[in-house]
Ligand binder design. Structure first.
Ligand code: ARG
Length: 458
């Protein structure tokens, strides 16, 4: 008989049992469920709600159960959920004492606890994995300081930049992702037990003591809110969606860069796959799948938002549907981060190819405009003048380098001999020394800050 079935005369329908069961997913939470029960039972004994000897029996059963689950000796697949499965097992092993485990507790505050403990641990691991990947990107940036590449807007070549600068753009996106997860963990790290089903309890419990045992800095303030909201999961999923958005854009860059049209980088064989029909193919599937899985992570965020949007307070069974979103998302972002750290550690960079591409077209147009501004030509006039020179060049089939000083001076008397220095590829990259720019010194300062950012414990 189900533990809750006292008031029922009929047995639960098999279809209903299967439909309502969450065990296939929430058995993953057993470790946290047992940790929560352990703290709860210690508190019950300390507050005199159950006897010491009863607590000892329950604690002993919980320990054994944990060992047996780890060893794969317990099969809970027919149970409704992990909370009932473990409680039933405690009763089997600890007898009458076991029947006291669920005193002053409900599955509603229990699941909130399990998910908070789970998420707290996962967020810690995710922050470390983001940091590891940032280190990889930083290492790659530091190793390739001389690689010049075309910088794009609208995927049109705009101005030349350092490859390291492009990599570090992702470094800072990841830094914000890391900070977002860290910040959201404050709201995860709140102790829900004691909220009971929704109203609290008339028994003399000590929530602060449970919080201390489970290492929570505070207890929740309102029992309805405690069992009735999942905003901390939604917040985590939002952070995950943003992280995946960043990884997906990196995937896109990676896929473009490794295509023959760009040929800027090459993934190592171990991180690509072939085609079953075209023998020559080497495909960037890891990057494509990370981009693809991003859609699923967005879907999980939307799905939980929609699940929650019209629920009356407090707990509703709809909320059980949060598990797939939570578990799949943590798994996806952890795997993606691990893979990317490894894959970027093994890429080959074709600096010559990047440079050749960067050296094409009118990349110095903005630099020439700035050159005229330095000669006191108003910016709008300078912009127009350079546009006219480009029009002239296009008509003649020439580039900036093919013009003589007198050609330049036909357009403006402000041009001098020094113009030829300004149209060189390296000058165009290295002179962008404004804070946050792609210039040499500016990049060195950025790298220094990045180094600090990965060495600080968040
Ligand atoms: N399996 C449930 C969930 O994940 C646990 C809480 C069940 N509470 C209830 N009143 N039926 O949400």
């Amino acid at each position: 008989m189900d533990l809750w079935a006292g008031r029922f005369t009929e047995k639960i329908d098999k279809l209903v049992r299967d439909f309502t069961s969450s065990i296939k997913l929430d058995k993953k939470l057993y470790k946290y469920d047992i940790a929560g029960s352990t703290a709860h039972v210690k508190m019950l004994a300390r507050c005199g709600i159950i006897k010491e000897i009863e607590a000892e029996k329950i604690l002993c059963a919980l320990k054994e159960i944990e060992k047996d689950i780890k060893a794969g000796k317990l099969n809970f697949n027919q149970k409704e959920d992990i909370h009932l499965a473990i409680e039933e097992e405690v009763i089997k092993r600890a007898g009458q004492a076991g029947k006291k485990l669920h005193t002053a507790r409900s599955r509603n505050d229990q699941i909130a606890l399990d998910e908070r403990l789970y998420l707290r641990e996962e967020i810690g691991q995710i922050i470390t994995l983001i940091n590891d990947f940032q280190k990889t990107l930083l290492g790659l940036a530091e190793k390739n300081l001389d690689a010049v590449m075309p910088g794009y807007t609208h995927l049109q070549y705009a101005q030349p930049i350092l490859f390291s600068h492009h990599l570090l753009a992702y470094f800072w996106m990841l830094q914000r992702d890391k900070e977002r997860f860290k910040d959201s963990s404050q709201r995860v790290n709140v102790m829900p037990l004691g909220a009971g089903a929704l109203a609290g309890t008339s028994l003399p419990i000590d929530r602060e003591y449970v919080a201390k045992l489970l290492d929570f800095p505070k207890v929740s303030e309102n029992s309805l809110d405690t069992v009735g909201d999942r905003d901390y999961i939604i917040e985590f999923l939002s952070g995950a969606a943003l992280l995946m958005m960043h990884l997906s854009r990196l995937s896109e860059d990676f896929i473009l860069w490794s295509s023959p049209a760009f040929s800027f980088i090459q993934a190592s064989d171990a991180f690509t796959t072939g085609s079953s029909i075209m023998p020559q193919k080497k495909n960037p599937d890891v990057a494509e799948l990370i981009r693809g899985k991003t859609g699923k992570v967005y879907g999980h965020l939307i799905s939980l938002l929609v699940t929650m949007k019209a629920l009356p307070l407090s707990y509703n069974r709809d909320m059980q549907e949060d598990k797939l979103a939570l578990f799949e998302t943590t798994q996806t972002i952890k795997r993606s981060l691990k893979l990317y750290a490894k894959m970027f550690d093994h890429i080959k960079i074709d600096k010559d190819s990047m440079r050749k591409e960067a050296d094409k077209g009118f990349f110095a147009a903005t630099d020439l405009t700035d050159y005229l501004v330095e000669k006191k030509v108003p910016f709008r006039e300078a912009h127009q003048l350079i546009g006219i020179i480009i029009k002239y060049c296009l008509g003649e089939g020439k580039g900036f380098k093919d013009l003589t000083l007198s050609d330049y001076q036909k357009f403006s008397s402000s041009f001098g001999e020094d113009v030829f220095e300004r149209i060189k590829l390296d000058s165009c990259v290295f002179n962008k020394e404004s804070a946050g720019g792609t210039g040499k010194k500016s990049l060195a300062r950025q790298i220094e800050k990045a180094r600090k950012a990965v060495s600080l414990k968040l």
